[in-house]
Design a protein around this ligand. Sequence first.
Ligand code: NAD
Length: 266
Amino acid sequence: MDVKDKVAIVTGAGSGIGAALTRKLVASGARVTAVDLDEAGVAATIADLGDKADRVSGRTADVSNSEAIAELIEHTRTTFGPVDLYFANAGIIGPRDLGDSDEDWLRTIDVNTLAHVRAARLLVPEWLERGSGYFIATASAAGLLSQIGAAAYSTTKAAAVGFADWMSITYGDRGIGVSCLCPQGVNTAMLNQDSESGSVGARVVTGAGAVLEPDDVADIVLKAVNDEQFLILPHPEVGEYMARKANDRERWLRGMRRLQAKASGN
Ligand code: NAD
């Protein structure tokens, strides 16, 4: 889909990849509702746009909540017109291990997975009617390959990949485009705060390959959307790791356990 003159919603737009997607969409001629829990973050994203700021409408919302998403879609429709593209990008890391209750797990499932389902449930009927729409899920390489030291993140991102696959299979021949973004390390608050907390997962991610800049990732995403390409791998080596996992799961798991032991200093 050519994003010029299209209307988009970007979640998690107050920081990192979402802020970069907002900047690049606006630079490519789209109008954007930029959403985040963090009001100051959204304001900073918009302030960054200078004289193009009128192409963005900022909203503060929890995008895991269906009513909040419905309000965003309605707000976008009245401000810019019907939504053409939805970037389900907001994400959290959540429990690193089993935890001792469901609460934080359920929150991670809500934000990283169910938020995608809820947005799609609201948008797909009108996209089918119009014969056009585009859903972009920000999952992660963790959703394809798991992430050491990040139990809830790996699980919910794998579910986000599964949902994006299902969306593409179900609606891909009915006018709805779907892309699934699966980066490794990107230089954002999420990765940097995780690194500063001394997490093994962040150490593995930053040691595994290049840490990309959000603007470079956003460029790759918009090119993939333009080409209607499903799987977006800003780190191409992730494709190689996926092939190794598919070809010999036992060997791949042994390798991951070795990597974990090394990263943990065991
Ligand atoms: P970030 O922390 O810079 O941005 C995430 C934004 O999402 C924050 O501004 C946060 O306030 C917002 N957010 C969280 N929960 C929300 C909610 N319920 N409602 C509205 N906003 C909410 O991190 P980022 O790296 O830009 O993350 C963007 C996406 O990219 C996430 O889904 C993340 O899992 C994914 N990702 C990041 C990396 C990385 O290395 N940074 C790698 C792979 C995937």
